[in-house]
Write a protein that binds this ligand. Structure first.
Ligand SMILES: NC(=O)NCCC[C@H](N)C(=O)O
Length: 414
């Protein structure tokens, strides 16, 4: 049986990627957190304990959990992988010609675990040895005490977004915000060099497996928008993060390979609260979905199908049913919706705290944040078992159970 492939949103989850909180989160300050897409600074030790609890609860259900930090450490012990990553990270354009050679030598001298810590946590002007030969080092430190040669990547915590598995293949996502774009390089390196992936002869639907072309103009794609729901259908949100330029390319590749028959595009308003489709809509079982009605009721569903006679090769059709009805019809089932719950104030608060962002472990069993008490109760009333984790620290970057995980192996449902 292949060890990769995601064939539904709520079939039995078998293997999943995560990325625990680390040095990158110690770099968040009141001045920098907004630019780094966090709403607050976080208490890192508590976030690490809560993340470990999240992982332990998945493992207790028999799910194999792989942490990107561990996988990176494994590959950075291989000289070829280390050189591949450093060739792409430590360049004149990224760190400055006055520093490239010395910084590269210093990073190359570090043990794999420490190198991983800096690749994700960033290399600040303060981290490097004082004898790094460039006279510019002191100038840089004087000008900006908290400056970085390599910026931190705290949003690796949201492992969902930089890569997405769609049926038998995977995308390497060109991300929307520059502060997230370098995440994709690290995952690309893991897929390329780690035996857990490199031995699988991966199929890439989109993105650059060579890791040199992480930017694709306006063609941006993030995994929070991507849902391989089954029955040859893929849902892709189109809003703040994912663009039609990327979606149509992915659709073409999937259709050409016979890997999907239909893409349903969910046209979303460009809002932080609804930055990805999975912030307003997730699957809990074969027929139960969560929905934040103030947004999902406004989603415009557009279907894409292959059409060799159309100049674009695509049949593009604006559906005349609601988004949820359109998805149900494509799956051949009537979906039951559990709305984000509470009074009008509570509904907004629970959605903001990722009440609609659940991770299904198997049909009818999901993980979500403890604080969304009204929505979790509504889910229980609909027959869904909700396993809770603490939201206090992990939720400060605006992402829940689905955002923090990238399923690699999941069973079909239909
Ligand atoms: N799939 C998701 O909704 N991921 C959450 C990403 C949160 C992160 N702070 C971001 O703004 O990109």
């Amino acid at each position: 049986m292949p060890e990769v492939g995601v064939h539904s949103e709520a079939g039995r989850l078998r293997r999943v990627l995560v990325c625990r909180p680390s040095l990158a989160h110690l770099r968040l300050t009141p001045d920098t957190c907004a630019d780094l897409l966090f709403d607050e600074v976080i208490w890192v030790e508590k976030a690490q304990r809560d993340h470990a609890d999240f992982v332990a609860k998945m493992e207790s259900r028999g799910i194999e959990v792989l942490d990107l930090l561990d996988l990176l450490t494994d590959i950075l012990d291989q000289p070829v992988a280390r050189a591949w990553v450093l060739d792409r990270k430590v360049t004149d354009d990224r760190v400055g010609a006055a520093f490239t050679d010395d910084l590269r030598s210093w990073l190359d001298s570090l043990p794999a675990a420490e190198l991983t810590e800096y690749l994700v946590g960033g290399v600040s002007y303060r981290d490097v040895p004082d004898d790094l030969s460039s006279p510019l080092l002191q100038v840089a430190r004087d000008l900006d005490q908290m400056g970085f040669f390599i910026p931190p990547l705290p949003n690796t915590l949201f492992m969902r977004d930089n890569t997405s598995w769609i049926y038998g293949g995977v995308t390497l996502n060109p991300m929307y915000w520059p502060v997230r774009q370098q995440e994709t390089l690290l995952t690309t390196a893991v897929y390329r060099f780690h035996p857990a992936f490199a031995d699988q002869d991966l199929t890439y639907w989109f993105g650059d497996p060579d890791g040199r072309n992480l930017f694709r103009g306006l063609a941006t794609l993030e995994g929070g928008d991507v849902m391989p729901v089954g029955n040859g259908v893929v849902l892709i949100g189109m809003g703040e993060r994912t663009s039609q330029q990327a979606i149509t390319q992915v659709a073409h590749t999937l259709f050409d390979a016979g890997a999907a028959a239909q893409v349903i595009v969910a046209a979303l308003p460009k809002l932080r609260a609804a930055m990805h489709l999975d912030t307003v809509f997730t699957f809990c079982s074969e027929d139960v979905v969560t929905a934040f009605a103030p947004i999902t009721d406004r989603i415009v569903p557009i279907t894409l199908r292959p059409d060799p006679n159309a100049p674009s090769g695509l049949d593009v059709h604006r559906a005349d049913t609601s988004f949820v009805e359109t998805v149900g019809k494509a799956l051949g089932t009537k979906l039951r919706t559990v709305a984000t719950d509470g009074d009008p104030f509570g509904v907004q608060r629970e959605q903001w705290d990722d009440g609609a962002n659940l991770l299904a472990l198997e049909p009818g069993v999901v993980m979500g944040y403890d604080r969304n008490t009204a929505t979790n109760k509504a889910l229980a009333n609909a027959g869904i078992e909700v396993i809770t984790i603490s939201a206090g620290e992990l939720g400060r970057g605006r992402g829940g159970g689905r955002c923090m995980t990238c399923p690699v192996l999941r069973d079909p449902l239909y």
